[in-house]
Design a binder for this molecule. Structure first.
Ligand code: NAP
Length: 329
C-alpha cells in the first residue's frame, strides 16, 4: 500500500476524541479524527452522546450552561485551530495485529469505503445508551426523554418522572431524581432485579419512589416537545394488562436499561471486560496492544461524564505522543 501513514488516528469525536485531538494537534502530530456516528441518524450523530442532550450545566467553564451540541462544536473548533483534520464516517474494521495499524472506514453519506494506516491509534468510540425502541422515544429525545439523570435531572424539578430498568443504573437514577422530582416511578419488566441489594433497598426505602413491576413502556403520550403520560403494558403474571400512567404536565422518561460500548471492531484484538468495555493498563490509557490507546466511555462504564471522558482523551494523547517519541516516530 502506498498511501501515507498517519502518526495518530483518533476514532470518535465526542469529548474524549476531541480532547485527544486538541492535545495531539498542539503536539504537532497532525491527528486525523474519524468522526464516527452517522449524520443522517437522530440518535447516533458524530460528536457523541452530548449531541443528544439539551443544556449541559455541569461542564466547568460555562457558568450559564451550554447546549450539548454547541459544546461539541466548540471542542471541534479548538481542535481544528491547531490543525486536526476530520474525516466523516466510521471505522468498520481494524487490524491492530500488525504495525502500522490499518483501518477501513465507511462513509454512510457517500457510501464509500477507504483505508487508513497509522502508527498510533486512539480509540474514543464511546458507548451508546440502549433504547426501548418505541417510536416517540426518538422524537422526544432531549425533550422529556433522556438516558442520563446526572445530565438532565435538574430540568424536572417538581415534576413526575418514570425511570425504566432494574439494574444499578436505574436505581441510581431513581434515587438521584428524587432530589428534583416530586414523584419517581420505576418501571421494570419483571420482579427480580439486576441491581445490587444496597442500591435496590435505597430506592425501595425512598418515599418518593414507587415501583411498577412486571411492566414495560409500550407508548409515550404527549406533544411534539413534551410528554404527559406513558402507557404501560403488563408482562409475566400481568400480561394483557394495560395502564396509563399520568406524569404531566411535561414529565420525564429516563431510559436506564444499560449502555453498549462501541468496540466491536476490536473484538479478539484488544483485551476487553466481559461487558465489552476495553481494558486499560495501570491507570494509563494504554490498551493490551502497544500503540493503541483508549479514552472515554469505551473503557469507562463507571463515571460516563463529558469531563471525565475529556480527561481520559487528554491522557490518551499524552500517552500516544510519548510512545511515538520513544519509537522514534
Ligand atoms: P444492567 O445491569 O445491564 O441492567 C439493565 C436493566 O435494564 C435490567 O434490569 C434489564 O432487565 C433492563 N432492560 C434491558 N433491556 C430492556 C428493555 N428493552 N426493556 C425494558 N427493560 C430492559 O445495566 P446498568 O444498570 O446500566 O448497569 C451496568 C453496569 O454498571 C452494571 O455492572 C452495574 O452494576 C454498573 N453500575 C454501577 C453503579 C454503581 O455501583 N454506582 C451505578 C450504575 C451502574 P432484566 O433484568 O430483565 O434483563
Amino acid at each position: 500500500m502506498g498511501e501515507a501513514v498517519h502518526k495518530v488516528v483518533i476514532l470518535g469525536s465526542g469529548p474524549a476524541g476531541l480532547t485527544a485531538a486538541i492535545y495531539a494537534a498542539r503536539a504537532n502530530l497532525a491527528p486525523l479524527v474519524v468522526e464516527g456516528g452517522d449524520v443522517s441518524s437522530k440518535t447516533d450523530l458524530p460528536g457523541g452522546q452530548l449531541m443528544l442532550t439539551t443544556e449541559v450545566e455541569n461542564f466547568p467553564g460555562f457558568p450559564e450552561g451550554i447546549m450539548g451540541p454547541e459544546l461539541m462544536e466548540r471542542f471541534r473548533k479548538q481542535a481544528e485551530r491547531f490543525g486536526a483534520q476530520f474525516v466523516p464516517g466510521r471505522a468498520v474494521s481494524a487490524n491492530v495485529r500488525e504495525r502500522p495499524f490499518t483501518l477501513e472506514l465507511h462513509d454512510t453519506m457517500q457510501d464509500t469505503r477507504t483505508t487508513l494506516r497509522c502508527h498510533a491509534l486512539i480509540v474514543a468510540t464511546g458507548a451508546s445508551a440502549k433504547y426501548l425502541g418505541i417510536e416517540p422515544e426518538r422524537r422526544l429525545l432531549g425533550h422529556g426523554v433522556t438516558t442520563c439523570a446526572t445530565c438532565d435531572g435538574a430540568f424536572f424539578r417538581g415534576k413526575q418522572v418514570v425511570v425504566v430498568g432494574g439494574g444499578d443504573s436505574a436505581m441510581e437514577e431513581a434515587n438521584f431524581l428524587t432530589r428534583y422530582a416530586s414523584k419517581v416511578y420505576v418501571v421494570h419488566r419483571r420482579e427480580g432485579f439486576r441491581a445490587s441489594k444496597i442500591m435496590l433497598e435505597r430506592a425501595q426505602n425512598n418515599p418518593k419512589v414507587e415501583f411498577k413491576l412486571n411492566r414495560t413502556v409500550k407508548d409515550i403520550v404527549g406533544g411534539e416537545r413534551y410528554l404527559d403520560a406513558v402507557v404501560l403494558e403488563g408482562t409475566g403474571p400481568d400480561a394483557g394488562k394495560e395502564e396509563r400512567l399520568e406524569i404531566g404536565p411535561a414529565g420525564g422518561l429516563f431510559v436506564a436499561i444499560g449502555h453498549s460500548p462501541n468496540g466491536e471492531i476490536f473484538a479478539g484484538q484488544l483485551d476487553m471486560h466481559d461487558t465489552g468495555y476495553l481494558k486499560t493498563l495501570d491507570g494509563t490509557s494504554r490498551t493490551s496492544v502497544e500503540g493503541v490507546f483508549a479514552g472515554g466511555d469505551i473503557h469507562d462504564s463507571h463515571y460516563r461524564q463529558a469531563i471525565t471522558a475529556s480527561g481520559a482523551g487528554c491522557k490518551a494523547a499524552i500517552d500516544a505522543e510519548r510512545w511515538l517519541e520513544a519509537q522514534g516516530l
